[in-house]
Design a protein around this ligand. Structure first.
Ligand SMILES: N[C@@H](CCC(=O)N[C@@H](CS)C(=O)NCC(=O)O)C(=O)O
Length: 343
């Protein structure tokens, strides 16, 4: 930028800078490359995994699951239409590079938030939607009941996952020996356990609990009680698009805030009659908030009506697998889910 030496020039520069700064402060996290591409294409490309409960096609080939519903919620935020989310699987190894390359707009595939992924690789993360931990699923014939007893075991790990790194830390700390067998492909990973090529596999507990339902003889395996790490799973996006990041953030927040207020897909229409000014703004009965943030006044209403609140999403997909809320409960109920205010 040219240096303005005359007083007039200097004042003009300050004025321009102020306008720019006020523009930022007063409203807009500007659309960047991802959101532009999404709007041009007319769909959101979502990278997912293949674990029942979290993401799996049903008998009609339609994707279902906890993370899938967040993809649908995002499609409502952007297009007002849950069907505008397109789900594609790719391996844990390939999906972050694919996200970086713009092949996906968002990963809803159980990606753990880590500082290297944020600051070294340049990804951004929405709110944690599932607080998880790494687990070990062992063949019962090994006779072990806890991870601490594992010594000399052969353990399958999936390449590109945090699990690959954590398992090495775990054994370094315990002083026991193990042999890692690194496998990229998910079916091969499971097959290695079933065929006895490995004594155990390690992955997020969400993954193992889901995959256990797909094993031919689930009773032959034991999910060891330890959780080796913290695995906060969150939507991941490429850096460089602030507005897209914020839409991801606030889409998740809608589901959490709705649960906090007791608003569900079943009773949301009743809440349209609420006198609470915050709920009126939230559901767009008072459109003033939506107008200032550039969203359809009914966006939160539609997410709740179609997808439901966090608890409904959790109960629909994860309760049947035996999951309890635990950390994945509202802050008001002893959990970690907390939405910032909608105002
Ligand atoms: N949270 C770990 C692991 C991610 C991961 O591998 N997630 C599972 C699903 S929860 C997965 O994609 N598995 C392969 C598949 O489902 O095909 C990470 O971010 O590195």
């Amino acid at each position: 930028m040219a240096v303005h030496s005359s007083p007039r020039g200097w004042r003009a520069l300050v004025a321009t800078t102020l306008i720019a700064a006020t523009g930022l402060a007063s409203g807009a996290a500007f659309a960047g490359p991802t959101l532009d591409r999404i709007k041009e294409r007319g769909t959101i490309r979502v990278g997912v995994g293949t674990t029942p409960g979290f993401f799996a096609p049903d008998s009609n080939g339609k994707w279902q699951g906890f993370f899938i519903d967040y993809g649908r919620a995002l499609a409502i935020t952007v297009f007002g239409d849950p069907e505008k989310a397109q789900f594609t699987t790719s391996s844990p190894q390939q999906r972050l590079p694919a996200l970086q390359a713009g092949e996906f707009d968002v990963l809803l595939s159980g990606v753990t938030v880590t500082i290297s992924r944020a600051l070294k690789l340049g990804f951004h993360f929405g709110p944690t939607i599932f607080y998880d931990g790494q687990a070990i699923l062992a063949r019962k014939e090994t006779g072990v009941k806890t991870a601490a007893e594992l010594d000399g075991a052969t353990i399958g790990v999936q390449s590109g996952t945090t699990g690959e790194l954590n398992i090495a830390d775990f054994f370094r700390k315990s002083g026991h020996k193990f042999t890692p067998v690194t496998i990229e492909d998910t079916s091969e990973f499971i097959a290695a356990l079933e065929a006895g090529r490995v004594d155990a596999i390690t992955q997020d507990s969400s993954d193992l609990v889901g995959k256990l339902t797909q094993l031919k003889k689930p009773d032959d395996y034991i999910l060891l009680p330890e959780r080796l790490s913290k695995e906060p799973l969150a939507p991941a996006i490429a850096g460089g698009d602030d507005r897209w990041l914020e839409l991801v953030n606030w889409t998740v927040n809608v589901t959490i805030q709705a649960e906090e207020w007791g608003i569900t897909s079943k009773n949301v229409d009743e809440f349209l009659k609420s006198d609470d000014p915050a709920i009126k703004r939230f559901l767009g009965v008072d459109p003033s908030l939506a107008e200032t943030i550039g969203l359809d006044p009914k966006w939160a209403y539609s997410i709740i009506k179609v997808v439901g609140n966090y608890g409904e999403i959790f109960d629909r997909h994860l309760k049947p697998l035996g999951w309890e809320r635990g950390y994945n409960n509202l802050w008001t109920k002893g959990g970690l889910l907390y939405s910032p205010p909608f105002r």
